[in-house]
Design a protein around this ligand. Structure first.
Ligand SMILES: Cc1cc2nc3c(=O)[nH]c(=O)nc-3n(C[C@H](O)[C@H](O)[C@H](O)COP(=O)(O)OP(=O)(O)OC[C@H]3O[C@@H](n4cnc5c(N)ncnc54)[C@H](O)[C@@H]3O)c2cc1C
Length: 418
């Protein structure tokens, strides 16, 4: 529930009520309640930004949720509310501008209802924040910022700063840092990040077009970077989609100041006519892109989740999907450890989480990174490799199934269950 006053002791403090922090807090409340059969867990979530529209998570973007992520939200009882704004993806069309070769993935062929679901981030914000406000085990404090973290016996000490300048100190058995990585907390803790700058930025906007999208998601690789159009619910009888257009960083700002007509003409030229004519574009925003991985994801009493642990290029739509699998694994490890009487912040418990997710994280990060490198280059060898790659993925069913399983976020969930 939303609170204005907090306690001095919590089992878990989640820093950041964005996409990852809010989702994890809901999972943790469920998991810890199962482990602590006699008492209710005490969880605090702090979020620095009061308005959903100004949040770094719940802005004008849309997110392609994999089939695996949909299952995670269903397990939390949130899918029915999210589904009210979700548009299914029944086909994915991957192509390379100016070159032969395209991959078409079809939900029917793969025997699933949808390959993924596109949900507008603002709707994710309404549903996830609503869940934090309603959960009896969660104290949701917003706006409030965590300004310091200090190791303490059996956990961490957390300094909470309110907008009026007042600060309080709270003890936490475990702190989950889901602050997106732009706060000074990791630097103060001496946790470094390895950063690869792509020198690319994503220009995002909602666009309208003359033809129906027929629930197809398009990923088109061009010589300046990938361009994706994800299907959205239609408005005023026109087709509508979420555009993520990757361009060299030095061109991105100019694309914000272009007139709508100029922007749409450039888009039409890059994308072609698979969706008919582009007719309108909504407000545009720019995101500089890099791959960033934290040098440590756990310390006694501390776990890094979401963008602060790993920030990926959005080319394959994997950032949130991977973070949700991490969050699910962490919640499961905590439930098992607490049921066995172990402290949630014990290093042995947290290392078990890291081991569980190591393979999934490494495979997903490499998949996104190499897709970006391979599909943003004009080097003749790479052009040949992607031409051959797309062609062989399309022709060889096991390749195609593996590609689809990775994109749907199922590869690791299935391996864990085997
Ligand atoms: C253009 C683009 C398209 C994308 N599309 C997809 C997609 O289709 N599918 C997919 O899976 N992923 C996608 N992603 C990735 C996805 O958006 C990220 O994985 C996700 O936003 C990470 O969320 P987060 O909660 O870790 O970080 P953030 O979104 O940055 O949230 C962090 C939160 O912490 C709060 N905070 C920060 N510091 C403090 C503090 N000291 N105290 C309290 N609160 C604090 C912030 O206010 C914020 O609300 C995309 C990314 C981009 C850039």
């Amino acid at each position: 529930m939303r609170v204005t006053e907090i306690q001095t002791d919590y089992d878990l403090v989640v820093i950041g009520g964005g996409l990852v922090g809010a989702s994890f807090a809901c999972m943790a409340a469920q998991a810890m309640a199962k482990a602590m059969s006699r008492e209710s867990p005490r969880i605090l979530v702090t979020e620095a930004i009061a308005s959903l529209q100004s949040s770094t998570s719940f802005d004008a973007r849309s997110t392609a949720l994999s089939f695996g992520s949909q299952q995670i939200y269903r397990g939390l009882g949130l899918w029915d509310a999210l589904a009210q704004n979700a548009t299914p993806i029944t086909k994915i069309h991957v192509s390379d501008r100016g070159h032969f070769g395209a991959v078409r993935m079809d939900s029917e062929e793969l025997g699933v209802e949808a390959l993924g679901q596109v949900v507008e981030n603002q709707h994710l914000g309404v549903v996830l924040t609503g869940a934090l406000e309603q959960a009896p085990a969660i104290d949701y404090l917003c706006p409030a910022s965590i300004t310091a973290l200090t190791p303490a016996p059996q956990g961490m000490q957390v300094e909470v700063s309110m907008p009026d300048g007042c600060t309080s100190r709270v003890r936490a058995g475990l702190v989950v840092l889901a602050d997106g990585g732009k706060s000074p907390l990791t630097a103060a803790l001496g946790i470094a990040s390895q950063v690869t700058r792509y020198e690319q930025s994503a220009v995002i906007a909602n666009v309208a077009f003359s033809d129906a999208h027929r629930w197809v998601a398009y990923e088109r690789f061009t010589d300046t970077g990938p361009l994706a159009v994800l299907p959205l619910s239609s408005a005023q009888g026109e087709g509508r989609g979420a555009l993520v257009w990757t361009v060299p960083t030095h061109d991105a700002e100019a694309m914000l100041s272009m007139s709508d007509d100029e922007f749409l003409a450039g888009l039409q030229q890059r994308f072609g006519y698979r969706l008919g004519t582009f007719t309108r574009v909504g407000s545009r925003a720019v995101y500089p892109l890099s791959l960033s991985t934290a040098s440590e994801q756990v310390r006694p009493g501390l776990v890094l989740l979401g963008n602060v642990a790993h920030t990926l290029h959005p080319v394959a739509g994997q950032g949130l999907n991977l973070a949700l699998r991490d969050a699910e694994a962490l919640a499961r490890v905590l439930r098992e450890a607490m049921a066995a009487g172990q402290a949630p912040g014990a290093m042995a418990v947290l290392q078990q989480y890291v081991q569980c997710q190591q393979r999934d994280q490494s495979a997903t990060i490499h998949f996104s990174h190499y897709m970006t490198r391979l599909f943003s280059s004009t080097h003749p060898a790479l052009v040949w490799a992607r031409k051959f790659g797309l062609f062989s993925i399309d022709l060889i069913p096991p390749f195609k199934r593996e590609f689809a399983r990775q994109a749907m976020g199922l590869a690791d969930r299935m391996a864990r269950r085997a």
